[in-house]
Write a protein that binds this ligand. Structure first.
Ligand code: BTN
Length: 276
């Protein structure tokens, strides 16, 4: 079965090298691309083609021309500066909120062990390093003709090497390496892919959920903070609130200034006025 897809032959050797370095276990489920529109969209196409055994397939690209973030935003995905991937998972035990949180834990664990760094998580889907977002997650449901969700696509973008982000993003978005001299060898893509794959299998283990959510809470830097909530659904205005807890389903529990308690299922929260 073809595992490597190049749009430009000059990238083949690079991709083959990365593929060779990945663990045998991960190799069985890995598809590597040098460039693609969006790995989430490609995963959807595979699902629509009814390709069998998609469960645990990992589509990794080294650049995306139409990388998508949450809320219709663009996810900037320049060649070999980061890793952009989608992992297809059968819908078994998880709802999408908790799934996003578990994927964040799997990703943060892989980043910490590959690069020996410490990361934090901003509810619900962002991974931060040294105060800047280095990774975002977009989990989407795949539905069959009857509208039933049978699988999830977990799309993750990780900024690894420094890149000249637009002025708007520069203050908020960062990368694992800040040194301009860091190159693809420092990125250790094969190692990262192998660890991500193993961690994404692990979080599907039902017995793992409790400790993963505990880790999610421990890494969450919004707890106790005053934040702005920008509701996405409905006509509610933005409001200020204090974060009092994250529950076991990864919902954010906040106390708005005007009293009461609210449970946030999804949505956008920010500490300052800038919502990433
Ligand atoms: C966010 O921060 O808003 C989520 C970003 C998710 C980006 C990843 S990159 C791989 C996958 N393919 C996409 O088009 N988006 C996700």
């Amino acid at each position: 079965m073809q595992r490597i897809f190049v749009s430009d032959e000059k990238n083949r050797a690079f991709l083959e090298d990365v593929f060779d370095g990945v663990t045998e276990n991960a190799k069985k489920k890995l598809l590597l691309f040098d460039e693609i529109d969006s790995t989430n969209d490609e995963a959807k196409k595979l699902f629509e083609k009814k390709i069998s055994s998609l469960h645990n397939t990992m589509l990794v690209s080294f650049s995306q021309t139409k990388g998508r973030g949450r809320l219709g935003r663009v996810f900037v995905s320049p060649f070999a500066k980061g890793l952009y991937f989608s992992f297809i998972m059968e819908k078994k035990y998880f709802e999408s909120d908790v799934l996003t949180a578990l994927v964040a834990v799997a990703t943060s664990r892989a980043l910490e062990s590959t690069y020996k760094i410490e990361t934090n998580i901003k509810w619900v889907n962002d991974i931060f390093f040294k105060g800047k977002k280095i990774s975002g997650i977009l989990c989407e449901a795949l539905t069959d003709a009857d509208g039933n969700c049978s699988r999830f696509i977990c799309g993750v973008g990780i900024n690894i090497l420094p890149y000249d982000f637009s002025e708007e993003l520069r203050g908020h978005v960062g990368s694992v390496f800040q040194n301009e001299k860091a190159d693809f060898r420092d990125a250790r893509f094969s190692d990262l892919i192998s660890r991500l794959y193993e961690n994404l299998l692990r979080i599907q283990n039902n017995g793992e959920k409790k400790s993963a959510i505990a880790e999610y809470k421990a890494k969450s830097f919004l707890l106790g903070k005053k934040i702005f909530v920008h509701p996405i659904i409905g006509k509610d205005e933005s409001y200020e609130a204090r974060v009092v807890a994250i529950d076991d389903e990864a919902h954010l529990i906040v106390q708005p200034e005007n009293g009461g308690t609210r449970k946030l299922f999804s949505g956008e929260v920010s500490i300052g006025s800038y919502a990433l």
